[in-house]
Design a protein around this ligand. Sequence first.
Ligand code: ACO
Length: 333
Amino acid sequence: MSNPAPMPRSRILGTGHYAPARVLSNSDLEKIVDTSDAWISERTGIRRRHVAADGETTSDMAAAAARRALEAAGLSVADVDLIIVGTISGDTPVPSCAVNVQQKLGAEEIPAFDISAACAGFLYGITIADQFIATGAANCVLVIGVELLSRILNWEDRTTCVLFGDGAGAVVLGPARGDGRGILSTCIFSDGALASSLIVPAGGTAEPVTDEGLERKRNKVHMVGQDIFRVAIKNLTSASTHALKASGLTSAELDWVVAHQANLRIITQVSSRLGFPLEKFVINIAEYGNTSSASIPIALDEAVRDGRIQPGQSVLLCALGAGISWGAALVRM
Ligand code: ACO
């Protein structure tokens, strides 16, 4: 599905992020599983990851990021008329994480819902928000990407537990003002053929949790990393090319790329296939690991706050995750 937008309908009014204070380094992980700092940093680019404190919840992190985005936008929660949360690690299977965020922010009785698109959840969220704003159905949308993956990882499985981190990122979207700034294009895709390559097998209706399932960690993340790795490079490149074309820009006219932070080698390959220099990718994987749906809004917020991304610059966002689901968006900040 693609939504070319020659003139932006919505724009980013503010960004924010939150990362838990507790940090686990690669050396800390050496004490938990059979791994090494050298393997993790060379194969992934990850050096540290933030992990939620006991008692800290997904919606706590989401609300913290949302407050920062609202503050940056100069808006209050009373201005918000829709909350969209991209997450695969909400507080509870039912109800949505978004309703808990709504409560914690003290928002009115506005619609609030979750998107389950794993690492592409934030991109799916801004795509939906852009449509709500384009039709006039919403005027001020909080889009949040948040994950507390540390609680759904198997800490005995070195092939997954070293990769992920916890955190939240948020943007506030409002109508474009006709000055060319805003979301120029979005495109989102899914392919269920690879659904089992990244999955939490138990805990849904297909496989209810049993004692045996708990023993075999069927309620934790299982991943065939190489399947995802190959397709990530191909699909991130094609979605990025799609979003660029739909916005009428070439890669030479881009200022920045904020790609999902899953593996530095994936980002490097996408850089080379797009013919866009790695120095112009916002990269923070060393600090956070893979925070799934939170990774793009965290990186975006960091680059906005430290002045790398300037108003008026063009930024390509792209992500791929479980589903598999993927997409890209072109934003003039
Ligand atoms: N420490 C040490 N050795 C390890 C570790 C570890 N943590 N993990 C795996 N190994 C070993 C393997 O056992 C294997 O050993 P063997 O050769 O003796 O069998 C060897 O390292 C190589 O393993 P590979 O799986 O081939 O390693 P690869 O280079 O493919 O890297 C990785 C694995 C990092 C998972 C990579 O495939 C990847 O990044 N995949 C994409 C992940 C992704 O993008 N996921 C989607 C987003 S996440 C979401 O949606 C929630």
